[in-house]
Design a protein around this ligand. Structure first.
Ligand code: 5GP
Ligand code: ZN
Length: 114
């Protein structure tokens, strides 16, 4: 846990969030500034600063994010068409330095992303 980290505060319940799912490893909640009709985030309870900081011991945890994310997408009726995004570094659009997986769906997506 990092005491100044926004997503650690959401994990601890110090800041409210519109939660979809939680278990011993992960928490999912809707993005406060959605970029698609469905846009939620999956975060690890463990503070990991971003994709580049994933260690060998975290591999199963990161795989679980994808499995649970797909299940939650299906529950939100976007199970066949959704985009998964991890941003790493400010230039790539990372603004919260606690690893999070975006799941977006409910509209057509463009490629390449901006
Ligand atoms: P990043 O830009 O780091 O990949 O994604 C951070 C995401 O967190 C953004 O999409 C932003 O809208 C979302 N976000 C930032 N602060 C909050 C918050 O307090 N609550 C929720 N639910 N989402 C947040
Ligand atoms: Zn954190």
């Amino acid at each position: 846990m990092d005491k100044d980290c926004l997503f650690c505060k959401i994990v601890k319940g110090e800041i409210p969030a519109d939660k979809l799912y939680e278990d011993e490893d992960l928490l999912a909640f809707r993005d406060i500034n959605p970029q698609a009709p469905v846009h939620f985030l999956l975060v690890t309870r463990k503070h990991i600063s971003g994709p580049a900081a994933v260690a060998e011991e975290d591999e199963a945890l990161i795989g679980k994010m994808l499995r649970v994310g797909a299940e939650l997408a299906a529950r939100d009726n976007i199970g066949d068409d959704f985009r998964v995004v991890f941003n790493n570094g400010a230039q790539a659009g990372q603004t919260v330095f606690h690893i999070h997986m975006h799941i977006l769906g409910g509209r057509a997506m463009n490629w390449p992303p901006g």
